[in-house]
Design a protein around this ligand. Structure first.
Ligand code: PGA
Length: 250
């Protein structure tokens, strides 16, 4: 297996610190034999509890967001150094909910991606088309633009530390997932873009995940597609046995 798959749970605004710790303790033994990298992304307020609970397990920690400056007058923001101190190794950047609800532009996504890399945090950069963009047939154009803008200025030597998550917005939280053929085809387009930015060879080393209503029932099919290197899972990652089932289906 050339690209080691990642199964990452995006908990969004769910679970308190005590619920986080209990969930991780329950899940750790279920996923200890998984062949993929396993990441959970609790809220920032739960990361300390999560760190304690993940000790000695194969579960890595991710954050759902991070600011692109180290410190300063940025009320409410989360600094990269704080994430590092909390044992975080991955950070989700540019999730469609942050783009839509919190005004995260492609330019901000780019700044966050570059800052994460500078700090040796591994960004999981989200791209994906809306229902309207899909209907109008501009899915490939959309993800192409988002990918290029997110990675602008990122040198080739760092590209392998980035993972892309292809998350069609119409599939997020709807129970309607992209088929494995659809997702694989758009992911191949993203890989082609990576090939244009860098080289075709480097593009084959960058992990591209699928996200959007992935669950214990459809994970095996989605994850068996040639170019889908894991999943970013929302709703189904909140249930320990479902999350474990997905992790074990890689
Ligand atoms: P979902 O969310 O699995 O609930 O569709 C995925 C995501 O938003 O990352």
């Amino acid at each position: 297996m050339m690209r080691r798959p990642i199964i990452a749970g995006n908990w969004k605004l769910n679970k308190t610190p005590s619920q986080t710790a209990a969930f991780i303790r329950e899940t750790a033994p279920l996923v200890s034999g998984a062949r993929c990298e396993i990441v959970v992304c609790p809220t920032a307020a739960c990361l300390f509890a999560a760190r304690e609970a993940t000790r000695g397990s194969n579960i890595a920690l991710g954050a759902q967001n991070m600011f692109y400056e180290d410190a300063g007058a940025f009320t409410g923001e989360i600094s990269p150094d704080s994430l590092l101190e909390l044992g975080v190794s991955y950070v989700i950047v540019g999730h469609s909910e942050r783009r839509a609800l919190f005004g995260e532009s492609d330019e901000i996504v780019n700044k966050k991606t570059l800052k994460a890399i500078e700090k040796r945090l591994k960004p999981i950069v989200c791209v994906g088309e809306s229902a309207l963009q899909r209907q109008l047939g501009v899915t490939e154009e959309t993800v192409r633009i988002q990918t290029k803008l997110a990675l602008a200025g990122l040198p080739a030597r760092d590209a392998e530390d980035v993972a892309i998550a292809y998350e069609p917005i119409w599939a997020i939280g709807t129970g309607v997932n992209a088929t494995s053929a659809e997702a694989n085809s758009t992911i191949r387009c993203i890989r082609a873009v990576l090939g244009e930015i860098y080289t075709a060879e480097l593009a084959t080393k960058i992990r591209i995940l699928y996200g959007g209503s992935m669950n214990a029932g459809n994970a095996r099919d989605l994850l068996s597609a040639s170019d889908i290197d894991g999943g970013l899972i929302g709703g189904a990652s909140l249930n320990s046995s479902d999350f474990a089932k997905i992790a074990l289906s890689v």
